[in-house]
Design a protein around this ligand. Sequence first.
Ligand SMILES: Cc1cc2nc3c(=O)[nH]c(=O)nc-3n(C[C@H](O)[C@H](O)[C@H](O)COP(=O)(O)OP(=O)(O)OC[C@H]3O[C@@H](n4cnc5c(N)ncnc54)[C@H](O)[C@@H]3O)c2cc1C
Ligand code: FES
Length: 370
Amino acid sequence: MALEPGTQRKRARFNSLKVREVRRLTDDSIEVTFDVPEKLFGEYDYAPGQYLALRKVLNGHELRRSYSICAAPRPGELKIAIKRDIGGEFSTWANESLVSGMDMDVMSPQGTFTTKLAQDADRHYAAIAAGSGVTPIMSLAKSILASSSRARFSLIYSNRTAQDVMFLEELADLKDRYPARFALFHVLTRERRGSEVFSGRLDTDRLGVFLDLLVRPKDVDEWFICGPFDLVQLVRDTLEEAGVNRKHVRFELFTTDRPDRPEGQHGRPVIVDEREGVHTINFTLDGVSATVTTAKHSRETVLNAALRVRSDVPFACAGGVCGTCRAKLVSGTVSMDENFALEPEELEAGYVLTCQSHPTSDAVSVNYDA
Ligand SMILES: Cc1cc2nc3c(=O)[nH]c(=O)nc-3n(C[C@H](O)[C@H](O)[C@H](O)COP(=O)(O)OP(=O)(O)OC[C@H]3O[C@@H](n4cnc5c(N)ncnc54)[C@H](O)[C@@H]3O)c2cc1C
Ligand code: FES
């Protein structure tokens, strides 16, 4: 879907922000509020649906993880929610050890999972989310419903059990505040609810019932989907079959669910032996150019190579999902493994995800400032 005006990607930068509050949402998730000092208001200005990345050294290595902002934009604060991933390094640490008063490295907001808010617009938005995928939806729903007294928002939200539902109270409050404009459908996969349609996996059949009876595609202007890879694919395909134009469907992936390509793997040292043949990578960042070589046999990414000579090269997920590492290919050729972040028009304009790009020509030049 095309980038909305005002959400053009801006360069990602880290600042240290103070944690104002950590609030438990469920046994496995927390909401974290950061204070944004006035001098940084401009940098942390965001659109509903965007995310930020946190940077933290744990067990001797640096981790970067992205988290969607869960509140409607408000100068001076940022709120995110972190759900513990079983065996997950950062989310486990955050759920167990993150407390108010701590300082964290927080990247400026990024992302295009958003929409242009039109005052007084009579539009119906629908969202389908699972688990922590509701986080950006909270920000979108609150902002959209507040932006126009005629806007409507329908949310289908799937969780395993009632205890796993994040933002239970906030969702109920939204329902009370906008009874005629906010429709909420909880689906529980491992608990029985009153009706069959609300109990069980959100599979093709169940989704079909929702689309036939409760959230009819012909009545919806714009869709937001956020959840596991399989669910996002299923919903996108089902909506397309129902005649919905892909341009009206936005989606956000938290992970590609590809165990062979784990996110967050970066900075792997590569031994460069010039006799075996190298690619020369030139890159420009903040107006300064640098050159690095990488062994052809290593199939190293442009990002990984660039990080060896400059530690401030922007990236967050390193998995082709978030788009933070975007740069313009100025010369040479690359092959890109995955792309879940760049829009078709960005690809056409020559942008690449450097965390997924391997040089295929002897020399490659990219520009992070373009
Ligand atoms: C744009 C974007 C927005 C996001 N927003 C949110 C949000 O709002 N809320 C939220 O909670 N998350 C969000 N995420 C996901 C988040 O960034 C992290 O990916 C998530 O918290 C897991 O990080 P972790 O360090 O805990 O797990 P990791 O350590 O990265 O592990 C991820 C998963 O892989 C498994 N794993 C790791 N290593 C191995 C191994 N060697 N063998 C087998 N399994 C392994 C772990 O068990 C775990 O389940 C978002 C991601 C993106 C890209
Ligand atoms: S760092 Fe997220 S797509 Fe490259």
